[in-house]
Design a protein around this ligand. Structure first.
Ligand SMILES: Cc1ncc(COP(=O)(O)O)c(C=O)c1O
Length: 397
């Protein structure tokens, strides 16, 4: 019999030391910003950690012999990508992993390509490490009614950035904030363009396990030999199983030359040591989490359906790009024609919703916000009610 998990349960996270709630000074707001979910981490993950706590000694951890084979089995089962255990290495977070990779392989002043609107650390990490950015903005795609339906990569623009001497492309696959599962065709073209010039692709695949109905995540390194040869892939159970605070992620690097450079840096600095709880949580999630993951995704999909229907019926001037993966929704508020600061103030002070300001993803995010729907439906409903309520008193009407 398949066990049913409950995603409707409202858990009070305030005072738990979580950034999503406890970093917000205002009390009466609904936080729907940073990318973790309000669902309980599954009990089989908690049980594994509790069991380990029965032994009261918390000295250094040893990675179990079946750690990487468990991860490899999960990756192959989910994405059909066969990875060798030798290609993998623990990383204490993907943003850190990107930083380590840049530091291990580039010099100050080297050029890094990003494709905004995109997850803010893609900009901040290269700049913070003294590298230069080449920006290749995504191309917005509109439907027949003039509504934004998604983005394509600008492959000509990518070629131009490569011609300008870029060393690395940092790519979000699936894409945050627009939730795009990049197509095989696009990824093959990226591999063609970058590999000819020896540009390495860092493929951040943290949302890979969360492809929604009708969509499939394609690991970048799996699309061609060239892609495998010139890439570093980052994956994690952290978004899927809501364990970002436990810090568990891993790099996959098929090319031994790249591995020597990157893993050499990681090993020299002893970055490849997971904490005891990171090991326990990852193993439990990947061994026992298939059904929980499916049910969680169905619930998130239900939230997106609810959101889309609610907006259409009640606030049609607010539009969304329907995500193909994960629980983050790119919301287009450009119809309101408000300056970004006024828009954010209206949402926070009048609607009492804390959302991610679209401009943190790049200037291409002007007029947008990112909404996190990884929450019980009743909270989403409450938030949408607040949004609709200000519609009468504000330019939202
Ligand atoms: C694309 C992307 N990469 C990385 C991260 C953060 O990963 P980590 O906490 O492992 O650094 C996030 C979190 O929202 C993300 O969306």
């Amino acid at each position: 019999m398949i066990r049913k998990y409950d995603f409707d349960e409202v858990i009070d996270r305030r005072g738990s030391g979580c950034i999503k709630y406890d970093a917000i000074k205002k009390k009466d707001v609904i936080p729907m910003w940073i990318a973790d979910m309000d669902f309980a981490t599954p009990d089989f993950v908690l049980d594994a950690m509790r069991k380990r706590m029965d032994n009261p000694v918390f000295g250094y951890a040893k990675i179990p012999d079946n750690y990487y084979s468990t991860i490899a089995g999960w990756v192959e089962g989910l994405h059909g990508w066969k990875v060798d255990e030798e290609w993998m290495c623990y990383i204490p977070g993907i943003v850190k992993g990107i930083g380590f990779a840049l530091c291990a392989m580039l010099q100050k002043g080297d050029k890094v390509i990003i494709q905004p609107p995109v997850y803010p650390p893609f900009r901040n990490v290269p700049l913070g490490n003294g590298m230069k950015l080449l920006e290749n903005p995504l191309l917005p795609q509109y439907d027949g009614n003039g509504a934004l339906k998604g983005y394509e990569m600008d492959l000509d623009g990518l070629q131009k950035c490569v011609d300008k001497g870029a060393k690395i492309l940092v790519m979000s696959n699936p894409h945050n904030p627009a939730g795009i599962c990049w197509s095989r065709e696009t990824l093959e073209k990226v591999a063609e363009i970058t590999s000819k010039a020896g540009v390495i692709v860092i493929s951040d695949e943290i949302h890979a396990e969360m492809a929604l109905k009708g969509h499939k995540h394609i690991p970048y390194a799996s699309v061609s030999k060239a892609a495998a040869k010139n890439s570093i892939t980052f994956m994690a159970p952290s978004k899927t199983f809501n364990i970002a605070g436990i810090v568990s992620s891993y790099a996959i690097v098929p090319n031994p030359v790249l591995r020597k450079k990157f893993f050499g840096f990681i090993e020299a600095n002893e970055i490849d040591f997971p904490s005891i709880f990171s090991i326990e949580a990852t193993m439990a999630a990947y061994r026992k989490g298939a059904s929980w993951r499916r049910q969680m995704l169905a619930y998130v999909e239900g939230n997106i359906d609810f959101l889309e229907k609610y907006l259409k019926e009640n606030i049609p001037q607010v539009r969304i790009v329907r995500p193909q993966a994960s629980f983050l929704v790119w919301v287009d508020l450009r119809a309101l024609a408000l300056p970004q600061d006024k828009l954010m103030a209206l949402l926070e002070n009048k609607a009492r919703l804390v959302l991610s300001d679209g401009t943190i993803f790049g200037k291409e995010g002007t007029g947008f916000v990112r909404l996190n729907v990884g929450c019980p439906r009743c909270i989403l409903e409450q938030a949408l009610g607040r949004l609709a309520a200000i519609a009468g008193k504000s330019p939202l009407k």
